[in-house]
Design a protein around this ligand. Structure first.
Ligand SMILES: *Cc1c(COP(=O)(O)O)cnc(C)c1O
Length: 399
């Protein structure tokens, strides 16, 4: 892979070191033009005709499936098994509700403390609305394997812990879930575009993820859902919107699920944001995921080693031998203020309560020079106690 050529395909502000692509990926160079064309030539000139006939021949109505197939390549999902739309929280609800309905005699949803709160909140809300005595059981990450028993209906996990970066073994835990008669729902929010993923080899029953993090589709970009092809016909969608209907434009009174993955659609897709996703995927089509993973580990190790040497006050969030995604995290009681002081120096990372400093190492647009410079800035913030300033302590709404 020619990483320098890759980097030229992104717009990054001059002088800024961006270590937060795990939260919001940067702007691909082709996005503005692609979105402008859809706005002016398609929305502007085609108007309602755009749903059937986009300017390049493909109507907007088909984009959810078409872009789903392109995401499929990044997660090892076959064509026709991924649909794009809605937000990740909605996709979690869809996967979980479908899985629970396939295990009507079981009552436990098993998850871990490393899961993202929205996934756990969606499970709580679903349990309350079903009102059938389900239980959300949340255990420490390393206790998941042993907690899978015959009561478990669904193992619902985020593969890469959003705080620490710890990576679960998707194939192993899915096999354990299946051996116990349970289903596995995997959240790939910090996996898709971060490292190689093979939902097919792992046997994952459902997989969901978002496109605004590593995939670089922009703020508020839609999520995706994959359903194992041999299960999809058994999925009875809880969110039975008209675009998941077998014949939306027949306007029948009663719901009939659409063919295959189409039934995971809910309502009208966000066309402008899909255009941005399409431009982002033009880059991903050229990425060798094995090479990306190797490069990500190289940069992560370089960063972790240098921080250990230069910033002894920061505690690694994970032991070095634990598999991780494409981020490196540390703990410090003043984590929030340290990250703010670092941002004031033009190095953007982020903070996750209660004490995690989180840095995304994304090879598409980062190299050794940025990694080394970021460590120097971090060391300076700590050595000079730059964080100890009232302006870095006031918490903003988004951390
Ligand atoms: C980022 C993230 C979300 C966010 O969900 P949205 O509905 O897109 O806001 C959910 N789950 C996980 C695991 C995440 O990392």
């Amino acid at each position: 892979m020619d990483w320098d050529a890759m980097r030229s395909r992104f717009h990054l502000p001059e002088g800024l070191i961006y270590l937060d692509g795990n939260s919001l990926g940067p702007l691909p160079a082709g996005t503005s033009e692609r979105v402008r064309r859809v706005i002016e030539e398609e929305w502007g000139d085609l108007l309602i005709r755009g749903w059937n006939d986009g300017a390049d021949g493909a109507g907007w109505m088909d984009w959810s499936a078409r872009l789903g197939d392109r995401i499929g390549r990044l997660i090892g999902a076959p064509a026709g098994s991924v649909s794009v739309g809605d937000t990740l929280s909605i996709k979690v609800h869809q996967a979980l509700s479908a899985a629970l309905q396939m295990r009507p005699d079981r009552r436990v949803i098993l998850s871990d403390e490393g899961n993202f709160p929205s996934d756990l909140y969606m499970a709580e809300g679903l349990i309350a609305s079903l009102d059938r005595g389900h239980e959300l059981r949340v255990v420490p990450p390393d206790a998941v394997a042993d907690a899978i028993d015959d009561d478990v209906a669904v193992v619902m996990l985020t593969q890469v812990d959003y705080r620490t970066g710890r990576m679960h073994d998707m194939a192993d835990l899915t096999a354990r879930a299946h051996a116990a008669g349970a289903l596995a729902v995997w959240d790939l929010a910090h996996s898709a575009g971060a490292h190689e993923v093979d939902v097919t080899a792992a046997g994952a029953d459902f997989a969901v993820g978002c496109t605004y993090k590593y995939l670089n589709a922009g703020p508020g970009a839609p999520a995706f859902i994959h359903v194992r092809p041999d299960l999809i016909d058994a999925v009875r969608p809880a969110l039975s919107g008209w675009l998941g209907h077998a014949a939306p434009f027949a306007f029948e009174q009663d719901y009939r699920p659409g063919e295959g993955i189409a039934r995971m659609r809910v309502g009208t897709p966000p066309v402008l944001q899909l255009a941005a996703l399409e431009a982002a995927l033009d880059i991903w089509d050229e990425v060798d995921m094995a090479a990306l993973r190797a490069r990500s580990l190289e940069l992560s190790e370089r960063f972790a080693k240098a921080v250990a040497a230069r910033c002894p006050d920061l505690t690694p969030a994970l032991p070095s031998d634990v598999p991780r995604g494409s981020q490196v995290s540390f703990r410090h009681p003043k984590g929030y203020a340290i990250v703010q002081a670092l941002i004031a120096r033009g190095v953007i990372g982020d903070f996750r309560a209660p004490d995690i400093l989180r840095f995304g190492l994304t090879p598409l647009y980062l190299g050794e020079a940025e990694v080394d410079a970021a460590v120097e800035h971090l060391a300076a913030v700590l050595e000079r106690r730059e964080w100890d300033d009232p302006r870095f302590r006031a918490r903003r709404g988004v951390t």
